[in-house]
Design a binder for this molecule. Structure first.
Ligand SMILES: NC(=O)c1ccc[n+]([C@@H]2O[C@H](COP(=O)([O-])OP(=O)(O)OC[C@H]3O[C@@H](n4cnc5c(N)ncnc54)[C@H](O)[C@@H]3O)[C@@H](O)[C@H]2O)c1
Length: 420
């Protein structure tokens, strides 16, 4: 008899899990969407979620039908043929991994797993997570890999907000606990990925994901450093990066910016560093890059204060507008956004800070709740700090709003433009 992966339980219906659930559903699977947060379930039911237009249309079409059901009950896993775990893996205030959601999700999957299931970990985590949180406890329950359950790691690579590269256009790396585990996980994911690249173990898949995002972190930190270098030498870093990018091999353009936010770049390399620290294995390059990334928003805030001072405006009481607070263009997500630390530092300096971002109606920051200014041109600002520019956004108002600190390095030339 031919193996069929469904129905598929998707745990965690966030930026990764919801598009994954919708894609699997569109590919013909019956999907059980499971989230422990009732507010999130309600938002998914109402369609009040941050999704690209194509996924939003999918959600509308599928929400009414029987192939996509929603639940908050972890026991629903028992009714699934396959399980995909997409729960968050953040860091805490000390930049240490906070695996509580992941541990809880894996424990509930282990508790309700049934023989014959394929279980895929899609969350990003330290090397050994799949074995520690799934394979070993499943074996303790008497469910062995490839004889009773089929376990793999297939880290998600989705780039929310990037319409040019939808999830289905991106290849997927899959590492099974055994070759049969890898085959089943690949069969489950093949319909929703550009192609599947099978590696020899879950650990290889876990480290692959950590390499990908550490690579980005290191290169973003390097681009920021080159922005400082170019500024010091009186050169335009954008012109330099564009020129270097004409080299057809051995170079990939990374742009400087206000920092790195979101759920991946500021977090994932810390899962690696944490693990290496315990083993006393040094990773000085990664460590330095992460330290440099964390120091970037305060550097932008310092630059803002220096510009104000040079213009004779005391930081205390200065009217500063931050344009764009989402962690990147095209998403309504401000988790770990570098705008948060930037605004906190400006507030601490006594500035009167406001922000404009059509995708973020309100922003809790520095013990306050700020609200989106729909009309940023309503008053002259002592300084506008451009942090994020969403696709299609009209920034014509920047021409007449006062001096502009362009932390994105992407604006053409509003009058009085400063760089970090
Ligand atoms: N957001 C991205 O751009 C992105 C890209 C690639 C990979 N990832 C990785 O994917 C994983 C998920 O990230 P995300 O951005 O989708 O997170 P998210 O915070 O957007 O969503 C996670 C969801 O999981 C739910 N949840 C928490 N514990 C649960 C449990 N025990 N059972 C069921 N649901 C539970 C939460 O309520 C939330 O709705 C992380 O490991 C992240 O690093 C994220």
């Amino acid at each position: 008899m031919r193996w069929s992966p469904g129905p598929v339980a998707v745990l965690g219906l966030g930026y990764v899990g919801l598009p994954t659930a919708l894609a699997l559903c569109s590919a013909g699977q019956r999907v059980i969407g499971l989230d422990t947060d009732p507010h999130r379930l309600d938002a998914v039911r109402r369609g009040a979620v941050d999704l690209p237009d194509a996924d939003r249309a999918r959600l509308r079409a599928l929400a009414a039908g029987p192939s996509f059901t929603l639940t908050g009950d972890p026991a629903a896993v028992a009714a699934a043929g396959s399980v995909v775990i997409c729960v968050p893996t953040p860091v805490d205030d000390h930049l240490l991994p906070d695996p509580r959601a992941l541990r809880a999700a894996c424990a509930s999957v282990v508790r309700h797993a049934t023989a014959g299931q394929t279980i895929v970990l899609a969350s990003t985590s330290y090397v050994g997570t799949t074995r520690e949180l799934l394979l070993d406890p499943l074996a303790d329950r008497g469910l062995g890999p490839a004889s009773d359950v089929f376990v793999a790691c297939a880290p998600e690579r989705i780039d929310p907000g990037n319409a040019d590269r939808p999830q289905a256009a991106v290849p997927r790396v899959v590492g099974g606990a055994t070759p049969e585990c890898g085959r089943r996980a690949a069969a489950l994911l093949r319909p929703v990925a550009a192609r599947v690249h099978v590696v020899g173990s879950p650990e290889t898949a876990e480290l692959t994901k950590l390499l990908e995002n550490t690579f980005r972190a290191v290169n973003i930190a390097l681009a920021n450093e080159f922005a400082t270098i170019a500024g010091h030498l009186g050169l335009d870093v954008t012109e330099v990066v564009d020129a270097a990018a004409t080299k057809p091999y051995g170079f990939m353009p990374f742009r400087p910016g206000p920092g790195a936010g979101g759920h991946c770049i500021p977090c994932d390399p810390h899962y690696l560093l944490w693990q290496l620290r315990a083993a006393r294995v040094p990773a000085p390059l990664v460590d330095t890059a992460m330290t440099a990334l964390a120091a970037r928003p305060p550097a932008v805030a310092r630059r803002a204060r220096d510009i104000l001072a040079a213009r004779g405006v005391p930081a205390r009481g200065a009217r500063v507008l931050v344009a764009g607070v989402a962690y990147k263009p095209g998403v309504a997500d401000h988790r770990e956004s570098s705008a948060l630390r930037l605004i906190e530092d400006l507030l601490l300096a006594g500035a009167d800070v406001a922000y404009t971002d059509p995708l973020i109606p309100e922003l809790p920051v520095g013990g306050r709740l700020l609200h989106h200014r729909a009309d940023p041109a309503e008053r002259p600002w002592d300084l506008v700090v451009v942090h994020t520019v969403h696709p299609g956004q009209d920034l014509g108002w920047l021409e007449d709003c006062g001096p502009v600190l362009d932390a994105t390095y992407r604006l053409q030339s509003p009058k009085g433009r400063y760089l970090v």
